[in-house]
Design a protein around this ligand. Structure first.
Ligand SMILES: Cc1cc2nc3c(=O)[nH]c(=O)nc-3n(C[C@H](O)[C@H](O)[C@H](O)COP(=O)(O)OP(=O)(O)OC[C@H]3O[C@@H](n4cnc5c(N)ncnc54)[C@H](O)[C@@H]3O)c2cc1C
Length: 238
């Protein structure tokens, strides 16, 4: 397959995203009808200011009104297995029951193996061996749903994934962290880049969680931000 990188495209998003979120936020504090708020608002700076205030105070229902969808391919099953752990997302994934592999199945090679020619060769030979066994099984009449048991985590997959803005921000906060696995980081970065191209105002939210909360709450910190322990120590000393 192509170059080992997730292929990500934003395929659906609502129009007037900013205005919709602003209307949701403003409605909470206004006697006016939401439709009047929506129709009378065009001041971008004013909208962004209120949205930041509301999101920062954890009033997240206001960003659940926005649903976006991505077409994703060239990712490993190891990666999609991590993505599907996010329970507020919706998925439609290429089936290993209905789509029978006809020749060498596509697979992803992790960069650590890719850059080592000897190990890369071993990896590729092994994928070839697995493919032979898979084909032997399917040709012997074993259904694809059973033959797939020999396929590895490296097998590449495709899916359509949809989620609301609250979950997208949560996903970015968790999976852009350096503690997340490299491939899901690349995938989520691709999703964020796609949406930021269309909606640049989302950039400050689609960041690792430490950028939002100001400290690192991970067990092993990458050192980008002060750790939670250090924050509490400082508070106690003051
Ligand atoms: C760096 C990293 C390492 C990981 N390592 C492992 C691992 O070793 N093993 C492993 O099994 N998983 C691991 N995970 C997956 C992790 O445990 C979560 O399953 C995954 O990140 C989904 O996150 P979430 O539950 O916060 O989010 P989502 O499922 O996206 O849900 C979003 C939020 O909704 C709320 N929510 C959702 N469902 C419930 C519920 N049933 N009850 C209460 N609140 C709910 C929570 O507030 C949650 O944070 C890892 C994740 C990361 C980022």
């Amino acid at each position: 397959m192509s170059d080992n990188k997730p292929v990500v495209n934003l395929i659906s998003k609502p129009e007037n995203m900013l205005k919709t979120v602003y209307t949701a936020c403003r409605t909470c504090y206004s006697a006016d009808y939401p439709i009047n708020i929506y129709n009378s608002t065009d001041d971008k700076e004013k909208m962004l200011k209120l949205i930041e205030r509301v999101i920062s105070s954890g009033h997240y229902s206001t960003i659940e009104h926005i649903q976006v969808s991505f077409a994703i391919s060239n990712v490993s099953r190891a990666c999609t297995h991590q993505l599907v752990r996010h329970r507020h997302m919706s998925f439609s994934q290429k089936s290993q029951r209905y789509v029978k592999e006809k020749g060498q199945f596509d697979y992803i090679i992790p960069p650590t193996i890719e850059k080592n020619p000897e190990l890369k060769e071993k990896f590729e030979n092994f994928m070839g061996e697995i493919s032979k066994v898979y084909l032997e099984f399917t040709e012997a009449g074993i259904p694809a749903e059973d033959a797939r048991f020999v396929l590895p985590n490296a097998t590449s997959s495709s899916m359509v994934a949809s989620l609301n803005l609250r979950e997208l921000i949560h996903l970015a906060n968790l999976r852009l962290c350096t503690r997340a696995q490299y491939e899901i980081r690349m995938l989520v970065k691709g999703m964020c880049d796609e949406i930021i191209k269309e909606e640049p105002w989302l950039k400050p939210y689609l960041v690792p969680k430490c950028e939002r909360i100001g400290y690192c709450d991970e067990d092993k910190s990458c050192g980008r931000k002060i750790t939670k322990e250090e924050v509490f120590k400082e508070k106690v000393t003051v």
